[in-house]
Design a protein around this ligand. Structure first.
Ligand SMILES: Cc1cc2nc3c(=O)[nH]c(=O)nc-3n(C[C@H](O)[C@H](O)[C@H](O)COP(=O)(O)OP(=O)(O)OC[C@H]3O[C@@H](n4cnc5c(N)ncnc54)[C@H](O)[C@@H]3O)c2cc1C
Length: 482
């Protein structure tokens, strides 16, 4: 028997979860079908986390339209969902007088796209704003509306909010086949059949494979990998702004940016690869990042690197986002080719797609739309007075599981018990930061596994890092102990 919904959304990244949250404002039954064990496991978990102001996208493109519109509503969304957001401003550095016209072109392009708060700084103004930037940088384009955020936290909170308003989240639920069935659709998944009146393709790098099953309006997505270095917060608040470089004949420069968590990232690379799931990092590309990033930040403290990671851009052969109802299949909606600035664009894409779907289904506003559940209380960010109160109410706040990031047992249990709650070690990490600090989980991993196994009623050997066959423990020493 197939499960029936008004809307099935394929993909639980920032795009799919944002669309789901917007649709729950209406009287609709909604399913999010995600092939991984958690939301935000695709591109959404590994990117630069920049809310772009919108000077980069080609005027007239959908990227420009949704970037600028998304940037305008992003802060409000983060505020509503209690997600970290910082309007830190971004800079594009130019290292030669000859590059000034290129910076001016970027500024004009931004103005054409409707971006406000753009100006060009000279070396003195730049050094006054960012003393750690290389003095070799002679000019910089300042975009005051540039910001940073936490992409996975936003996505998790969107999923939680959608779920408390009735959306159903199916994880480990790969959609294998989408077909037209009467006036609606039939979907075959790892968790059985689903039928729906409308379907949304928000499948990231796999959006082409879904699309080309059902539509004659075909396209192809090339996975374009971006690798990064991450530096520990111990190196201090070196930069306040996000620091890009002007692309040169030698290639696209890399960025240096603070994150909302207080770490610093350097990257990304841009490599077209064949495997859509290949998020390996390579010594060769990481070395290149160091060389390029050193142009912006000459004194990169090598003792502060804590990890490297990679994400995959969904680069579409149409070189733009594809957003809206399919040209040839009524009731089938796309949010495809959502490469950068797709994170920034997600809120605007979601609002527009939700409006189209609501109109098609003639749906009414839900009378009982609920606020998002409160975010997990952060022991790390609490004052000493708040900490004392928390511990007196629940002693589990007094048991620190992750010492690097000061994450308590109470937070980890809360991350599992919530709507769209954590089921894996990485899901706990993204909700609480346990394992994201300097030791990268070396200390807290066994405790996180123990708590997951207690909360989920599973053996520790059944707990996975990120679902499927990513088990952390292989068995018991000395036989079949329990
Ligand atoms: C290196 C890099 C840097 C970037 N930097 C920025 C930035 O600073 N600012 C910015 O605005 N944007 C940035 N982006 C782009 C941004 O990260 C993406 O546009 C955004 O995360 C895309 O979200 P999504 O939900 O569309 O895709 P995803 O997050 O990939 O979500 C798609 C989901 O679909 C699921 N899925 C796929 N196939 C199936 C199936 N058959 N059945 C069920 N589920 C399926 C996947 O598991 C995945 O969870 C960057 C991207 C990269 C790679």
């Amino acid at each position: 028997m197939s499960r029936e919904f008004d809307v099935c959304i394929i993909g639980g990244g920032v795009t799919g979860c944002a669309i789901a949250r917007e649709l729950t404002r209406y009287q609709l039954t909604i399913a999010i079908l995600e092939k991984q064990s958690d939301v935000a496991e695709g591109t959404t978990k590994a990117n630069s986390a920049i809310v772009h102001s919108g000077y980069d996208a080609k005027p007239g493109s959908l990227k420009a339209k949704y970037n600028v519109a998304g940037s305008k509503i992003f802060e409000q969304w983060c505020h509503e969902l209690d997600v970290a957001y910082k309007r830190n401003g971004s800079l594009v550095l130019a290292f030669s007088e000859d590059d000034l016209p290129a910076l001016e072109q970027l500024l004009e392009r931004g103005q054409q796209n409707g971006v406000t708060g753009l100006s060009i700084l000279d070396r003195d103004q730049l050094q006054a704003r960012e003393p750690s930037v290389s003095p070799d940088a002679v000019y910089a384009l300042l975009a005051e509306t540039g910001a940073i955020c936490s992409p996975y936290d936003l996505t998790i909170r969107l999923a939680e909010h959608a779920v408390v308003n009735g959306a159903e989240l199916f994880t480990d639920c790969k959609v294998n086949l989408v077909e037209k069935a009467g006036s609606g659709f039939s979907l075959q998944t790892d968790k059985g059949s689903f039928s729906c009146r409308t379907v949304v393709n928000a499948a990231g790098v796999y959006a082409d494979e879904i699309n080309n099953q059902i539509s004659e309006d075909k396209f192809a997505i090339t996975p374009r990998r971006g690798q990064y270095w991450m530096l520990d917060k111990a190196c201090g608040p070196v930069f306040s702004s996000t620091v890009f470089q002007l692309p040169t004949k030698l290639g696209k420069g890399v960025l240096v940016t603070p994150t909302v968590e207080g770490t610093i990232i350097l990257g990304p690379t841009a490599e077209d690869i064949s495997d859509k799931d290949d998020v390996d990092t390579t010594a060769e590309e990481l070395d290149k990042i160091l060389v390029k990033a050193s142009r912006s930040w000459p004194n990169i403290p090598r003792n502060c690197f804590i990890t490297a990671f990679a994400g995959i851009r969904a680069h579409c052969d149409r070189d733009d986002f594809i957003v809206g109802e399919s040209r040839d299949v009524t009731g089938y909606y796309l949010a495809a080719g959502i490469e950068s600035p797709g994170l920034t664009a997600a809120p605007a894409i979601a609002v527009e797609l939700a409006e189209l779907i609501v109109e098609r289904l003639d749906a009414r506003l839900a009378g009982d739309f609920r606020q998002a559940p409160p975010a997990i209380i952060s022991f790390r960010e609490s004052s000493n007075e708040e900490r004392r109160r928390l511990i007196s109410e629940d002693p589990a706040y007094g048991r620190l599981i992750c010492r690097c990031e000061q994450v308590s047992e109470a937070e980890i249990r809360s991350s599992i018990r919530r709507p769209a709650g954590a089921r894996t070690v990485d899901a706990v990490k993204r909700r609480t930061r346990a394992g994201m600090g300097r030791c990268q989980g070396g200390f807290c991993l066994p405790s996180v596994i123990r708590i997951l196994s207690e909360e989920l009623g599973l053996e520790p050997t059944e707990i996975t890092k990120f679902g499927k066959d990513s088990k952390v423990l292989t068995g018991w020493l000395g036989g079949d102990q329990k």
